[in-house]
Design a protein. Structure first.
Length: 230
């Protein structure tokens, strides 16, 4: 990892993929330059935050002109190391793991699903999107042969922590955890927990609030909440 990339603060790193997506969309529309205000609005951040984030890349806009879209896109590409191929191992070849292996998000932009592992005899030995499902016990060999550094956990919650530990011991350094369990990463391992159920629960909260706001005779409690007997 380069010294410049290592110096980027974590909050800025989380926003770089958003800038990348917006800049790619602009490039596809043949936009050549963009102001920090315009780019920030499209990315959903304020302009000061955007300028600070991009300054960590050594990229600064030109007063009166803004940023060159292609140049800035290249800088974000380099910061996220998207110019190289990133092989991925998915642990868990059930419905979720199979769906993720077929997702364009994991098969484009430098990412490639190189391996799937599972412990279920009914899944081991099957082929998903051209990739053979191997047994979890073969994880060390698979990671070594494919030079894998990125992993995805799509296992039941009960086995998520053990799976993360095994991935880390095999040499995987960054892990996306889709299992419905919060996993504490081993030392020097990055784990991003993606809890789809929690996201839906938060959306349900806001949807219920919106219904209350839109109701001409809004109740004093959320729908479904029991009132104390009077």
């Amino acid at each position: 990892m380069s010294r410049r990339r290592a110096s980027i603060p974590a909050p800025s790193v989380t926003r770089l993929p958003i800038y990348h997506r917006v800049l790619r969309q602009m490039a596809s529309r043949r936009v050549t330059t963009v102001s920090s205000l315009e780019l920030a609005e499209e990315a959903g951040v304020n302009a000061a935050t955007l300028r600070r984030d991009l300054s960590h890349l050594g990229t600064y806009g030109t007063p009166g002109t803004g940023y060159e879209v292609e140049h800035l896109l290249d800088a974000v590409d380099r910061a996220l190391t998207l110019s190289r191929e990133w092989p991925i191992v998915i642990a868990g070849a059930g419905d979720l793991g199979r769906a993720l292996s077929r997702s364009r998000g994991f098969t484009t932009g430098g990412f490639r699903v190189a391996a799937l592992v599972d412990v279920d005899p009914a899944r081991v030995g099957t082929v998903v999107n051209g990739v053979l499902v191997r047994h979890l016990d073969e994880l060390d060999e698979v990671v070594r042969l494919e030079a894998i550094r990125l992993g995805i956990v799509a296992t039941p919650a009960a086995s998520a922590a053990d799976t993360v530990t095994r991935l880390a011991r095999a040499g995987v350094r960054s892990i996306l955890n889709f299992a419905p369990a919060i996993v504490t990463p081993p030392e020097r391992i990055v784990v991003r927990n993606v809890d789809l159920a929690a996201e839906l629960q938060m959306l349900a909260f806001y949807a219920a609030r919106a219904e209350l706001d839109e109701s001409p005779a809004a109740p004093t409690s959320l729908p479904g909440r029991l009132r104390s007997p009077g």
